[in-house]
Design a protein around this ligand. Structure first.
Ligand code: ZN
Length: 374
């Protein structure tokens, strides 16, 4: 369907954007042509102002709206960012987009009252016990587990590869509901359940309510708390029943706990929760941060470096152990895992590859200004 061309000097906001006011002056916006998002009131005001007027007129409008003026470069940069989010006519989203399924509030408001019992010290201790039980069960059933994985891969290699990807989707969604319930418990709305272009399910959450340290730590941890109890349920089930279907659910969850859950890369929940607990900023480049910051001391920063180094070491040791185990037992497991990683990369990147093939790039200045957190 042909659409009016985008002019970065006279951007036009899409018509028919549904906007809903949330707490803390945030606005939830949605439209069939872009991923729904939560923006601040000023950002929404600016988007609405873009009706085809030129940059000079927009500068005057923004000054009235925000109470301070922006330079032409800053304004162009903001326009570029919104264009990359697809909010203007003639633009499309750069990053993989998500699609609305339904309103998440009816579900979340049923879950969040339980946080009164769950976001407590006692429940944290119970989760730690559950986690230790998981480790004990895994160690106890390790030989059976490896045999079951090897036999699943030998009997149904391709099916196992796809199920490894698919069975993780509902579990990852429960993880997201864990996070969102905490935000809702503290008053934040969760206006939408979405499906991403890679098939992942997620929720859109107003996180501006997570002001104090305790709220932030619970928010960041609750996804993993949910995962611990799912892992425990799967391990107990496997202990009594090592059928193929149990193995394909247990395998991705076990790999997640063995090498990803305490990862310090890709802005992980773990790294963010540790940083929130230590009152330290999240390192933008964890690898460089470890390399540059290693020094003795007892400050929060050196504690963080220490935790990150231990996590990295454990990850490397367990990864090496898994590689050696499967190299001797069944190298096909490693080959399939490699194919899986390439598949995940391709699924995550295909929208941008598609765009590169079939669409022209937006010709906009490349200045980086964050006009408002989305
Ligand atoms: Zn998470």
């Amino acid at each position: 369907m042909a659409e009016q061309q985008f002019d970065p000097n006279r951007p036009v906001c899409r018509s028919g954007i549904v906007a809903k006011e949330l707490v803390n002056g945030m606005i939830y916006i949605r439209h069939p042509r872009f991923s729904s998002r939560i923006v601040n009131r000023e950002t929404w005001g600016f988007i609405q102002m873009c009706d085809g007027r030129d940059l000079d007129q927009l500068i005057i409008g923004v000054a009235e709206l925000l109470g301070f003026s922006l330079t032409k470069e800053q304004l162009s940069s903001s326009i570029r960012e919104f264009a990359e989010n697809g909010v203007f006519i003639g633009t499309g989203e750069r990053s993989p987009r998500s699609y609305r399924i339904c309103n998440a509030m009816p579900l979340i408001t049923k879950l969040s009252p339980s946080l009164k019992w769950l976001a407590t010290r006692w429940f944290a201790i119970l989760t730690a016990i559950a986690y230790l039980t998981c480790i004990a069960l895994l160690v106890f059933d390790w030989t059976r587990f490896i045999e079951a994985v090897v036999s699943a891969v030998r009997q149904h290699p391709i099916q196992t590869l796809f199920l490894y990807y698919l069975t993780f989707i509902p579990i990852a969604f429960l993880h997201e509901l864990g996070h969102a319930s905490v935000a809702n418990f503290y008053g934040g709305e969760v206006p939408e359940i979405v499906i991403g272009s890679s098939g992942n399910l997620a929720v859109i959450t107003n996180m501006t309510v997570l002001k104090d340290r305790r709220a932030k730590i619970w928010y960041l941890s609750m996804g993993t708390v949910v995962d611990v109890f799912i892992w425990l349920a799967l391990l107990v089930t496997f202990h009594y029943n090592n059928s193929y279907i149990v193995v394909v659910f247990l395998l991705p969850q076990t790999i997640y706990f063995l090498i990803y859950v305490y990862s310090i890369f890709k802005n992980s929940d773990f790294l963010k929760a540790v940083c929130a607990a230590l009152n330290e900023p999240v390192p933008a480049r964890p690898w460089k941060f470890i390399k540059d910051s290693w020094m003795p001391g007892s400050s929060a920063k050196s504690k963080l470096v220490w935790i990150m180094t231990v996590s990295l070491t454990v990850k490397l040791v367990i990864t090496a152990f898994l590689i050696i185990t499967f190299m001797f037992k069944e190298p096909m497991v490693l080959v399939l895992y490699l194919i899986y990683r390439v598949m995940v990369l391709a699924i995550g990147r295909w929208p941008s590859w598609w765009r590169r093939l079939f669409r022209t790039n937006l010709d906009l200045p490349n200045v980086d200004l964050k006009p408002g957190r989305t």
